[in-house]
Design a protein around this ligand. Structure first.
Ligand SMILES: *Cc1c(COP(=O)(O)O)cnc(C)c1O
Length: 356
């Protein structure tokens, strides 16, 4: 069989030949001393790309988010987070465990926004009353993964930022895929980042670097986050090997994200014609396609569809009960998308479990 079509996540992207070359030729130093040239260059480039003063390379998006929440909130402070956010669902409660920070989840709307009336309610505590945890930080996610990869538009982000400022609350943006959001919306990433005090983005997803995220913000926040990074064990020494790949990611891999979005739309169009599968949302906005299996009209279930596709060389994953996610990325071609569509059509046409 030909190669696997890997659609479980854009985290499966492999470093490009240019990245591997850059990693092996980078001039290196000790980054805990602040002396690794590639790290310095990546941090400056990242800050500039997002219109911020400073940046700090982090080993992962999880650590970047954690360092940001620790930076913005004291112990016992409140982090207002989305009910479906990566921070709340997938990061092992880190801010609560390590920072004594209280998460207050606000239910995310189908478009990935946290309704501002609900956010205002979460902010609106009597600061003189000792019963309440005081809101310190609001975290938003764009594009919102568990809400179909929908990007938050610039107007919403600006309004959320203004609301946070009004209440003396910091805004942290989990922009793991912020460049996908910027391309989907046709606006500069810096415009999306502008209302936020800190933003983290992942080098290791669609941008295809093997490791790393960068946290950007004002000088003071980033200096504090750098201290938390060290405390959390994320101070890496010759991190230029990682940063050199990140520089290539930022300079060569951003514009091509548009191809991933086109591939996601192509996949969605193919799936729309397969009886028993239902796209949601439709059309996909970034590099993610979500669909459900309509068990009223097919003997298949989420599990049998994923198994059937896997037997045909296409890897998909369940994300949220009853939802299948397919993520496009630099390792997936238009021909791979067509193979994925055929694999799903064949699976749905077969009896569950038959022939695989
Ligand atoms: C992947 C992801 C993270 C975490 O990044 P890691 O590098 O995997 O720790 C955070 N937020 C969102 C929205 C993500 O998609």
């Amino acid at each position: 069989m030909s190669h696997v079509v890997e659609l479980r996540s854009d985290t499966f992207t492999l470093p490009t030949p240019r990245m591997l070359e850059a990693a092996t030729t980078a001039r290196l130093g000790d980054d805990v001393y602040g002396e690794d040239p590639a790290v310095i260059e990546l941090e400056e480039l990242s800050a500039k790309s997002l219109g911020k003063a400073a940046g700090c390379l982090m080993p992962s998006g999880t650590m970047a988010n954690l360092a940001a929440l620790l930076t913005h909130s004291p112990r016992g402070g409140k982090a207002v987070v989305g009910s479906e956010s990566d921070i709340y669902v997938y990061e092992a409660g880190g801010a609560s465990v390590f920072g004594g920070i209280v998460y207050e989840p606000v239910t995310a709307a189908p478009d990935g926004t946290l309704p501002l009336a609900a956010v205002a309610e979460a902010f609106d505590v009597d600061r003189e009353d000792p019963q309440f945890a005081l809101p310190a930080v609001l975290a938003l996610e764009t594009p919102h993964n568990r809400r179909g990869g929908i990007p938050l538009d610039a107007g919403y982000l600006a309004a959320a930022g203004a609301l946070a400022r009004e209440h003396g609350v910091a805004l942290h943006l989990d922009g793991a895929r912020i460049f996908n959001a910027a391309i989907a919306l046709g606006v500069p990433a810096a415009e999306l980042a502008a209302p936020a005090d800190t933003v983290q983005f992942c080098l290791s997803k669609g941008l295809s670097a093997p490791i790393g995220s960068v946290l950007v913000g004002d000088e003071r926040s980033i200096a504090t986050a750098r201290r938390y990074r060290k405390m959390l064990g994320g101070g890496m020494r010759q991190a230029g090997i990682v940063a050199a790949c990140g520089i290539i990611a930022l300079t060569e891999m951003v514009d091509r994200l548009a191809d991933d979005h086109a591939h996601a739309r192509r996949l969605a169009e193919g799936l729309a014609d397969i009886p028993g599968l239902r796209l949601d949302p439709e059309p996909p906005r970034t590099n993610m396609v979500f669909f459900t299996v309509d068990t009223r009209h097919t003997p298949h279930t989420t599990e049998t569809v994923i198994e059937g596709a896997r037997a045909r060389g296409v890897h998909l994953a369940e994300l949220g009960p009853g939802r299948v996610r397919a993520v496009t990325h630099s390792g997936v071609t238009a021909a791979d998308i067509d193979r994925a569509v055929s694999a799903l059509a064949d699976t749905m046409a077969a009896r569950p479990g038959a022939g695989w």
